[in-house]
Design a protein around this ligand. Sequence first.
Ligand code: DHB
Ligand code: FE
Length: 281
Amino acid sequence: MARITAGVTTSHVPAIGAALDLGKQDSDYWAPVFAGYEWSKTWIANERPDVVILVYNDHASAFSLEVIPTFAIGCADDFAIADEGFGPRPVPKVMGHADLACHLAQSLILDEFDMTVINEMKVDHGLTVPLSLLFGQPSEWPVKVVPIVVNVIQYPPPTGERCFKLGQALRRAIESFDEDLNVQIWGTGGMSHQLQGPRAGLINQEFDNAFLDNMTENPDDLRKIPHLEYVREAGSEGIELVMWLIMRGALGDAVTMLHRFYHVPASNTAVGHLVLRAAAE
Ligand code: DHB
Ligand code: FE
């Protein structure tokens, strides 16, 4: 049987990808950011997951305002790297796990989560920056990836509660896949940030640290946070944090925190990163 062994959350700031691609990771500005991922890189090299279910949001790279799926799942064999305006990042293409993804799509839809099935998609910084942070700069990514894409760009995004329940359904779906796979689930995006308007540059360290606390201690409180509270407390792009709740819902009740990192700022964003051990089945 496939099993969820661990969860990872991390911000996905595009400038982090650029820093790596341009060889600036040892600079005064970037070294403290990358230092927060050193523990995790060693950890994941030992864990050797087969597949990462990578929950992220597309930033108008694969989807435009013409088509906006609330929840979508990437069922392709591979995913090319999107050009976000400066050419595609020089990273390997992302290999999918079509059998697992199709099983998850079927299980989730029959479990009443109406996923959009994607058979071809380019992936942007929301997916590639977390891979770079955990795996560095390999010639091939050492895991297969099943992308789960969430709309947090165009109002209305899904609620945190709905996201948490999707995570619970994902766990049921993964545990009913009849192949012995070590599966991790990653929730990306966040933490507090606002990229536009009079409050551009907003960062709320108190909100972020309470959110990090509650990811392990009290996820039921996080499930109840309404959209307006995300916007008010964590800025307009802070809503990306609902994607962390998909990861948290998939991990089960009693998780163990293995690693926690918080750093301000990276570009316009507070960077938050957690590694959680999933509850035993
Ligand atoms: C930044 C952060 C994001 O999450 C994003 O999608 C784009 C930009 C930033 O901090 O600059
Ligand atoms: Fe983003």
